[in-house]
Design a protein around this ligand. Structure first.
Ligand code: ZN
Ligand code: ZN
Ligand code: FE
Length: 758
């Protein structure tokens, strides 16, 4: 006999770990105890040596599905002569921290009970257990098993209490455990306060009826409110667009099951697996042409964003029945640009003009969390927005970092906090363009610092002096007297991808992006960098062209196109689509602006080159959201076209004149835009191959990273990847964080950490 102490860290709380240990000890007839601490799980047992070995092996092998063991240490102790095995009280350890589970979609067991008329939680919209339900959005502190404030108003009934305290029960210490007797309730209320509220199943039935009639519903979810309507009803979808002021931006969809998804979209195996994964992200799928989903859901796109129900309430709302909509628009409950609404009062204030009724409940949301968006590329997950279901799952770093806060970007903001070997990347905060979002950012930062026990010793931010996130970091740095490390935008993109793959060595990075402040004050975005974590060198970039109005040009691809032609010395021929956008007078004004260089910063942005190309091809002259022209241009690609426009490398400048001129000739010759688009994409892919080959020959580096928002274009990504792989270099793309600015804070954090290490 001997005693043994085990410490386990990783995601081990709120995922059924202690009951699992209890069951295992019971099976092996071991005695001792298990407890949660703020550093993880501690176990102490007495037993025969070989039984203890088996115990350790099985701890790893049979750990609960939602857990992740990062570290397991064993120390031999004197025998304690325990008489039983117990789950003992949790303990807070000063300064200790651990990762926290993201929110988890409803599990199979709970789903079965939800639709079992004999179960006491039959049709109860808040059914959950240790294996499923809200985590991140309701947690306020660790260790996790303290009563969470969001559940505090609900006193457990005796039946729930029994389940909660029985280590053999699936609901042992499941924080949000509840039932119709004692837990949160759902109700429907009208937005004008005119009608009496209905509750329980009546509320859900009534909500379904309203959706059938084409009404718009605000539905309270896990991380905030959704706005829902029947996705097959074009009038309803248009009405939703009008009310939310979202012009063309695609809406996400929710469908009851995979079978329904297959009827509306093409689906391969990895896509199906992602849809069903516990994170339940929105997965971008190719729409079937025969689908009855209104085109207004995602105008001019062949991709639709689809998710499956992830809460019991969703399952009840989408339960299949005659004449009930089988596809719902489920878009975040906000006015365009504002953060998603979370509180009931807040929703009444902000959403009452957007929705016809509220499907409300009284379980509070502690932290706002939007749905995540992913796609499958090359059979792998390729994140577009990393939020609910993934945050605050950490990225494991190649080395330990000091406690840091990286403030992130202006658009699609996330922030990142490091502690030891972890980088905790936040949920999606959004576009930092208004007070509401800044407030949400500050609350998020405070929450993460408390949760992960971080007092930042340094701050990291973008080089751009006017980003709200940058200004936040500057102010805090001055206030607290801690160092501020500014990081170039495109270096951060490349470093984020390096961190994911734990590549601590020089790489060639192709950072293709919409925007980003360059070291010379120009707007960068078509960059080839030779980068390590600490620093980087700009090896090649698109030649500069003037951007009339600076970043405001994002909205006007036609202007960008004319500016590009002007700078390349190409004429504004009357028959070119972007030229036709302007009257003679406006053309003169624009020409004067360019000649006199009035508010026309230089740019090497690949995103703006895409805008210009889409405008020249006649695809789009004005856009309603960033990247729209490029997205529609990509959607046109003719896959059979093999030709490509030719980009020339001249020193460190990528010359565009040849490519743009050839493209103009194609436009004049009446070549279809689908072939022009293909030639443009092919030309860029070939350009990347050529330039990386040259840099590789000069430096001996054989590892290439593709990051930046433009790489969301999977046509370009696919073509570039296959050319690069044929050339024998190793290519790395994102799998954990988005290639767009949503992943930027991770890059800022690792660069700052590397610089502090010296
Ligand atoms: Zn469950
Ligand atoms: Zn109960
Ligand atoms: Fe970027």
């Amino acid at each position: 006999m001997q005693g043994m102490r085990v410490h386990i860290s990783g995601i081990v709380q709120g995922v059924g770990f202690r009951p699992f240990v209890y069951g295992l000890a019971d099976r092996l007839k071991l005695r001792g105890w298990v407890k949660n601490t703020s550093a993880g799980v501690e176990i102490e047992v007495d037993g025969e040596r070989d039984v203890l070995d088996t115990f350790i092996n099985l701890l790893r092998e049979e750990a609960p599905p939602l857990s992740r063991i990062d570290d397991l240490t064993v120390s031999i102790r004197p025998v304690n002569r325990f008489t039983s095995f117990d789950i003992v009280h949790s303990e807070a350890v000063e300064g200790a921290f651990q990762p926290i589970s993201p929110d988890v979609s409803i599990c199979e067991d709970c789903l079965r009970e939800l639709f079992d008329p004999d179960d006491r939680r039959y049709r109860y919209p808040f059914i959950n257990c240790t294996n499923c339900g809200p985590r991140f959005t309701i947690i306020q502190d660790i260790p996790y098993d303290r009563p969470t404030p969001t559940m505090a108003p609900f006193d457990m009934c005796p039946a729930c209490e029994r389940e909660y305290t029985d280590p053999r029960d699936r609901r042992f210490h499941a924080q949000p455990v509840a039932c119709p007797e004692c837990g949160p309730q759902v109700w429907l209320e009208s937005t004008d306060g005119s009608k009496e509220a209905v509750t329980g199943m009546n509320a859900i039935d009534r909500a379904r009826e309203l959706l059938r009639q084409g009404k718009i519903l605000a539905v309270k979810g896990l991380g905030g409110f959704h706005l829902a309507c029947d996705a097959t009803n074009a009038m309803a979808v248009l009405e939703l667009r009008n009310r939310t002021l979202r012009v063309d931006k695609p809406f996400a969809l929710m469908m009851p099951d995979l079978e329904t998804v297959k009827r509306h979209a093409l689906l391969n195996r990895p896509e199906g697996e992602l849809l069903l994964s516990p994170a339940r992200p929105i997965v971008l799928l190719r729409r079937r042409s025969e689908s009855g989903i209104a085109h207004e859901v995602a105008p001019k796109q062949d991709w639709i964003g689809v998710m499956l129900p992830y809460t019991p309430l969703h399952h009840l709302l989408l339960e299949k029945a005659e004449r009930i909509p089988e596809v719902l628009v489920m878009t975040s409950g906000n006015l365009s640009e504002e953060p998603i609404a979370t509180g009931n009062e807040e929703a009444r204030l902000r959403l009452s003009k957007l929705a016809d009724a509220f499907l409300m409940h009284d379980r509070e949301i502690h932290i706002r969390c939007d749905d995540s968006v992913v796609r499958v590329f090359d059979k792998q997950i390729y994140p577009i927005r990393r939020s609910r279901g993934y945050a605050p799952f950490p990225v494991k770093l190649p080395w330990n970092a000091p406690p840091l806060l990286a403030a992130g970007s202006e658009l699609k903001n996330t922030f990142c906090i490091t502690n030891q070997g972890y980088a905790f990347l936040s949920h999606h905060v959004g576009d930092m363009e208004n007070y509401e979002t800044l407030k949400s950012f500050e609350e998020g930062v405070a929450h993460f610092e408390r949760l992960f026990r971080v007092r930042p010793q340094a701050l990291a931010c973008d080089l751009h002096p006017n980003y709200l996130a940058t200004r936040f970091a500057q102010e805090r740095s001055e206030r607290e007297g801690i160092p501020l490390i500014s990081v170039q935008h495109h270096h951060a993109h490349i470093a984020a991808c390096m961190a994911e793959h734990r590549l601590d060595e020089p790489v060639i990075g192709a950072s293709f992006d919409g925007t980003g402040y360059g070291e010379d004050g120009a707007i960068w975005g078509g960059e080839f960098l030779v980068a390590g974590f600490k620093d980087c060198r700009r090896a090649a970039h698109l030649e500069y062209f003037p951007l009339p109005g600076g970043d405001a040009a994002i909205k006007r691809p036609a202007r960008t196109a004319l500016a590009l032609l002007w700078s390349l010395g190409l004429d504004w021929e009357d028959t070119l689509p972007p030229v036709q956008e302007f009257c003679a007078e406006d053309r003169t004004i624009l020409r004067t602006q360019l000649e006199k260089r009035i508010n026309t910063p230089d740019t090497s942005s690949m995103g703006r080159l895409f805008d210009a190309a889409a405008a020249l091809a006649g695809v789009r002259q004005k856009v309603n959201y960033e990247g729209q022209a490029a997205i529609e241009f990509e959607a046109l690609v003719d896959p059979t076209e093999k030709g490509g426009y030719h980009f020339e490398l001249d020193g460190s400048q990528i010359r565009m004149r040849g490519a743009v001129e050839a493209m103009m000739q194609d436009v004049f010759a009446g070549i279809p835009s689908s072939r022009i688009s293909a030639r443009f994409h092919n030309g860029l892919a070939e350009m990347v191959r050529k330039i990386t080959e040259k840099i590789s020959a000069e430096t001996g580096i054989r590892k290439v990273i593709l990051s930046g928002g433009v790489w969301q274009n999977i046509t370009l990504l696919g073509r570039t990847l296959s050319l690069l792989r044929d050339g024998g270099v190793q290519v790395y793309i994102h799998q954990e964080v988005p290639p767009n600015d949503g992943g930027l804070s991770l890059g800022q954090a690792v660069i700052a950490a590397a610089r502090l290490r010296g």
